[in-house]
Design a protein around this ligand. Structure first.
Ligand code: R1P
Ligand code: URA
Length: 287
């Protein structure tokens, strides 16, 4: 195994990894990610005991025990650029030897179980505000996978190609499926859906404040898009990055969405916090 240089794998003075500020022993192999750093404590408040509390920038980590199970909660901040940092560093914590700076041997590879608890906007009239939605396929409209050799199935590539045509955009999106196993284990009673991951909250999600859109009728096009029996239910800003880096790095990943907005009925949930809290409890009990 090649030694990874100091400029590529960066440690802080205390030996912790650069952005997450964590040491390998400070995370569990069962991880919940949330976007908002204040949501970390909303998860860990349910722990029986809290062992680790670390924070740097938007990356807050709490590790503790919930009903005897060791769980870490990590905030990612917003966007797939942050997911790149969080996933590479979480993976390094378990699959790179911090002393030798080498990857562990393939037989020692640790597969993390990672579940995102996030908020999301619905793209279909019949996805109710306040529902909990589990993503099967995610399409990334961001550029993260321009920089990694993601291997897509023929089916995934076809979705991406057809979507590019439907939107008339000058780049090929990427499409990737999450873990069937985790979806069946944790999301068996949730709304089943497919998710667009957008590189912004406003223009890239068809919101118009003072700027004119470049892609005309984006919401209508995303809502109407269908490939075979895959119709997209919602959008947010991390899932496709999570699913593709999970596949590339060998981790089990699932994205769960608390639906707080419906962009077809133009409504926003007045109980968004409660919807997220209910999702947190479900995940803690099932993960
Ligand atoms: C935008 O408001 C943010 O909310 C959603 C989007 O993915 C984006 O991160 O998720 P979180 O609530 O987990 O941050
Ligand atoms: N998060 C998003 O990214 N979009 C929404 O509409 C709601 C939450």
């Amino acid at each position: 195994m090649a030694r990874i240089p100091e400029s590529e794998l960066i440690f802080n003075a205390d030996g912790s990894i650069y952005h997450l500020n964590l040491l390998p022993e400070q995370i569990s192999d069962t991880i919940i990610t949330v976007g908002d750093q204040d949501r970390v404590a909303k998860v860990s408040q349910h722990f029986d005991s809290l062992e680790v509390q670390v924070a740097k920038r938007e990356f807050v980590t709490h590790t503790g025990y919930y009903k005897g199970k060791r769980i870490s909660v990590v905030s990612t901040g917003i966007g797939t650029d942050n997911i790149d940092i969080v996933f590479n560093e979480l993976d390094a914590l378990v699959n790179i030897d911090f002393v030798s700076r080498e990857s562990v041997a393939p037989e020692d590879h640790i597969s993390l179980k990672i579940v995102r608890i996030g908020t999301s906007g619905a793209l279909q009239q019949d996805v109710p505000l306040g529902s909990h939605l589990a993503t099967e396929y995610a399409v990334g409209l961001d550029t993260l996978m321009q920089f990694y050799p993601l291997v897509e199935t023929g089916y995934e590539t076809e979705i991406a190609v057809q979507l590019q045509l439907a939107l008339g955009i000058g780049f090929l999106p990427y499409c990737v499926k999450g873990s069937d196993l985790l979806r069946e284990q944790i999301a068996f009673d949730m709304v089943h859906g497919h998710t667009f991951t957008c590189p912004g909250f406003y223009g890239p999600q068809g919101r118009q404040l003072r700027l004119q859109p470049k892609v005309q009728d984006l919401i209508q096009k995303l809502s109407a898009f269908q490939y075979e029996n895959v119709q997209f239910t919602n959008f947010e800003m991390e899932t496709a990055g999570i699913y593709s880096l999970g596949r590339l790095l060998g981790h089990e990943v699932l994205s769960l969405n608390a639906i707080v907005a419906n962009r077809i009925s133009n409504t926003f949930a007045d109980n968004a916090e409660q919807v997220i809290d209910d999702l947190i409890i479900k995940v803690l009990d099932r993960i």
